[in-house]
Design a binder for this molecule. Sequence first.
Ligand code: PMP
Length: 410
Amino acid sequence: MKLSSRVSDMKTSITLKVNEKINKMLQNGIHVYNMTSGQLPFKPCGEFVSTLSKQLNFLKSYQYSPIAGMPKLRRKFIDFIEEKRGIDFGSVETPMECIISNGSKHSLYNVFGALLDPGDEVILLAPYWVSYPEIIKFWRGVPVIVKSHAFDAYTPALEDIEKAITDKTKAIIINSPNNPAGIHYTDSWMKNFAKFLNSHPELTIISDEIYSELSYFDPKPSYFYQFDKELLSRTVIIHGISKSFAATGLRIGFCIADAELTKAMAKVQSQTTSGPNSLVQRALVDFDFHLQDNYFDTVKEELRECAQIIRISFRDANLAHCYYQTNSAFYYLLDFSRMPFFKKFQLAHADLEESDLSKVIVDDILDKAGVALAPGSAFGYPNSARMSMTLDTAPFKEAIGKLTEYLTSK
Ligand code: PMP
């Protein structure tokens, strides 16, 4: 059977591939520290779980939801973002709306489906979340990558973004806090980014804020539109409950944007998936979001503990100059290029393309240290790997010990 080029050209998720190998190892009785995960090892906040269970007895929980999501919940998500960011969507010149989808990945599919014509360019800031280029290409758009470096805190220079703009540029995506780097862009970068956007009125800005609640060291993340509210009218905010409610499996994401765009997204949604999960939406309508504050204090405490384990372990092993201290989400992007083992590896694999080297390294780390990481090339950053802080503290400490031993071997 001949598959469509749309699908043949699509890359398979890299964590899926690594996880196939992990499963084989586990079946053969080999212990693996799996640090590839994109989810925290915690159940959602208890009050949310009980609100959810109360909705099980209602017929409406099992019936179709309105296409764009339940109006009360759409309003609640708007209120949530207004309160968190100190903004007022009502003051924006053109009407802004919220549309709820089956996860924020789905929101992104709808946004690009509604925005892109073939050949339209979208700027991505590397390191970037793996799915962005694939979603853009699926809709026949062209991803244009702007690089950054670990030693600039994974923050791209605005001059480099400027150079990437052409007359085909339609949009730019920013993801702060960032997957995979575990950092968020600074206030001053956001302020300058707002100025930069003012000189590019043609750009739509997609702000993927899915990790905004998970910042465990101050200062907290800020956003360009907080420094210049006029930018809101061409900003598309992407958010959801996967990370900020620790509920990846419940599949609720949302988008706040110009009402014309959300209407177009609803059109795409109406002909694909219909409205999102009714049961979860009804529970979210009833749930007091503020109850999550205490819950997240505990989660952040755990993340700080893991960050401390890495800091001490890498400092003692003389690796302190090889990594960048993160402050949000739950990832570290380890840049291998200055690590002791790397030279040996590079020499032994001189025939490999740079983009393949991180895959081979990650494979070797899994075989020799039993620690599973996600290769950084998939995130647009070569010679690196993403490490998730998604194990309990005790196994996390063991895994970091084994990883450090590997990284310092010569
Ligand atoms: N954006 C980013 C940056 C992500 O890391 C993820 C999930 N890993 C998503 C969007 C999609 O999240 P979901 O579809 O679960 O809401």
